[in-house]
Design a protein around this ligand. Structure first.
Ligand code: ADP
Length: 394
């Protein structure tokens, strides 16, 4: 069953036509720099890459242009539904759902929690409804998988009234990736979907780790927003919240400006002063760049420390699973993290570690209980699978 998967950001729209049963990707692409004169549409079909300028295009124009390519490839008529990535579902959505007027209102109500992401996600749904009115639309939330966390894991130790008044709690993100990777890891371990004590480390530009017990998320590092938790490309992860006031007062900035720096100028970029990109930092560190070396050290140490903390939510550990661009490719990060976590019984197999790159997954420890795995993520496929399931059952 073919599904169109859409992921609309503030200035971009990623799209892919996938067969939900086989995972085969028929066509995929990305419209970038939307609402500017430099807007482009890039797409891949039949092993060929294409690009065309779309000056001034908004989401509507870009999706129309993308649909033209899908039609030219003979795919439009085969579509059974459209699956949308929606970042914040708050406490309202604990699973993927068919889009109805009430669901649209629910996503709108979550805008204060996801002010940067939910508006473009909604725009994508509206445009798709307009351009493909006969197709069912499905919303797949980054937060939904984590709605199974117990209160002790999602409650912040702040005045409890803030939960009711301002919806302040841990939500967690990357849920679609964590859910997909947990399922793949269970299959590799030979356990049922309701078994296993897993730590999933999704390490891309954004990074988060999740404790998955018996198929359910029971704890995760990201919080009310995707700023909390691990060190990321440009995000600091967890820091003392009092530093916001301190730096604001000391530097004459507003709290919002300091928060902006925690989101966009911190993490690997802020520490290294060089780049948010792990590949660049690994190369620079190898050539003796001290700040790149420090950035790598802090990244791996904080990751290991938070992973160890998440084991408390599992009670035991069957497997630590690496995914995302860094998790799937950085042999160096995996080696350093497993070095820190040796006390859990994780023993690196250096040869297997070097082999698990560029889409090649598998076990990278000589130890089997617990073990460490590399599992390439595929959020688009998870969205397509959810969409196909909802379209055929409701
Ligand atoms: P996004 O979160 O934007 O989807 P990705 O999952 O693609 O990002 O991850 C991007 C990160 O993966 C970058 O920091 C990049 O440097 C890192 N990465 C990709 N390939 C390698 C590699 N071979 N070695 C180390 N890091 C890598």
């Amino acid at each position: 069953m073919n599904v169109l998967v859409l992921n609309c950001g503030s200035s971009s729209a990623k799209f892919a036509v996938l067969d939900a049963a086989t995972g085969e990707e028929h066509l995929s692409g990305n419209a970038q720099r939307l609402n500017s004169n430099e807007a482009t549409l890039d797409w891949k079909h039949g092993g060929q890459k294409h690009s065309r300028p779309l000056p001034g295009a908004d989401h509507g124009v870009a999706l129309r242009a993308a649909l033209e390519q899908m039609s030219a490839a003979g795919l439009t008529a085969s579509l059974a539904g459209v699956g949308h990535r929606v970042v914040h579902g708050g406490s309202r959505f604990s699973a993927s759902t068919r889009v109805t007027p009430d669901v649209l209102k629910g996503i709108e109500a979550c805008i204060p929690l996801g002010p940067l992401h939910n508006p473009p996600n909604l725009e994508g749904i509206r445009v798709a409804q307009e351009l493909l009115p006969s197709l069912p639309q499905v919303a797949v939330f980054d937060t939904a998988f984590h709605q199974t966390m117990p209160a002790r894991a999602y409650t912040y130790p702040v005045p409890l009234e803030w939960l009711a008044q301002h919806e302040v709690r841990r939500y967690g993100f990357h849920g679609t990736s964590h859910r997909y990777v947990a399922g793949r890891a269970q299959a590799l371990l030979g356990v049922n979907p309701d078994q296993g004590a897993l730590l999933i480390a999704h390490l891309g530009n954004g990074c988060s780790a999740t404790a998955v017990l018996n198929g359910q998320s029971v704890d995760t590092t990201m919080g009310l927003t995707p700023l909390e938790g691990l060190v990321m490309g440009t995000r600091s992860g967890s820091v003392d919240p009092a530093l916001v006031g301190h730096v604001a007062r000391a530097s004459g900035q507003t709290a919002d400006q300091v928060l902006d720096a925690l989101n966009k100028k911190s993490g690997l970029l802020g520490l290294s002063g060089l780049s948010n990109d792990m590949r660049t930092l690994e190369a620079a560190a190898a050539e003796g760049h001290e700040r790149a070396r420090l950035a790598l050290e802090v990244f791996c140490f904080v990751l290991a420390r938070q992973l160890a903390g998440l084991v408390v939510s599992l009670g035991r550990l069957d497997a630590l699973v690496f995914t995302g661009g860094i998790g799937e490719n950085s042999t160096l990060v995996r080696e350093a993290v497993l070095g820190h976590l040796g006390f859990l019984g994780l023993a690196l197999d250096p040869v297997a570690n070097l082999k698990a790159v560029r889409g090649q997954g598998g076990r990278i420890t000589s130890s089997t209980t617990p073990q460490a795995l590399v599992v390439p993520t595929n959020e688009e496929l998870m969205i397509a699978i959810d969409t196909a399931q909802l379209v055929s059952t409701s």
